[in-house]
Design a protein around this ligand. Structure first.
Ligand SMILES: Cc1ncc(COP(=O)(O)O)c(C=O)c1O
Length: 162
């Protein structure tokens, strides 16, 4: 095994002697320290069996804990109404603060430079509005042909404004 990012906080381990067999894949699964996290997610079933799930889009598998977390917020909303911003188990007013340090580490920024907010489409739009500065010679946005519909709308609205 070779750790190709040993100088950074990102660890990606590349198997040195890759063998294209099911047995080799199962062996790697057994050795993978992240393998146990599989148990934490709900896998859809097909013909009574767990599917092999390779979808890498933003909506991943449902964590088994998610109902409990959402119910906590709904219960606090019912109990406190707007005061939930300050009184809830996880006060909504400052919900983003615990994420600052880990997200900053993830993207290589300072905690004062990041904010965790919005959905994906809104954030893509904000990125384009902030950083898309087309010139006569440099104006193309390269994107897959059949991108997620809301991504296409965000991109089109940016192009229309120039
Ligand atoms: C590529 C991509 N773009 C946009 C979205 C929409 O995300 P949101 O509802 O957070 O705007 C999704 C959601 O699955 C997605 O996978």
């Amino acid at each position: 095994m070779k750790d190709v990012f040993s100088q950074s906080s990102i660890k990606i381990i590349i198997p040195m002697n890759y063998i294209n067999t099911l047995q080799f894949a199962q062996q790697l699964d057994k050795e993978d320290e992240l393998f146990k996290f599989r148990e934490r997610f709900c896998f859809p079933k097909l013909n009574g069996k767990d599917v092999l799930y390779f979808c890498g889009n933003s909506l991943g598998l449902q964590p088994k804990t998610v109902k409990e977390y959402i119910n906590t917020e709904l219960d606090d909303w019912a109990k406190y109404g707007v005061e939930g911003h300050f009184e809830a188990t996880h006060p909504w007013f400052s919900y983003h603060e615990p994420f600052l340090e880990p997200i900053a580490r993830l993207v290589g920024a300072l905690p004062s430079e990041v904010a965790v907010m919005n959905g994906l489409t809104v954030n893509l739009h904000l990125l384009l509005v902030s950083f898309y500065r087309p010139t006569k010679d440099r104006f193309k946005i390269i994107c897959e042909d059949d991108a997620f519909p809301s991504d296409q709308i965000g991109r089109a609205s940016c192009r229309e404004r120039v």
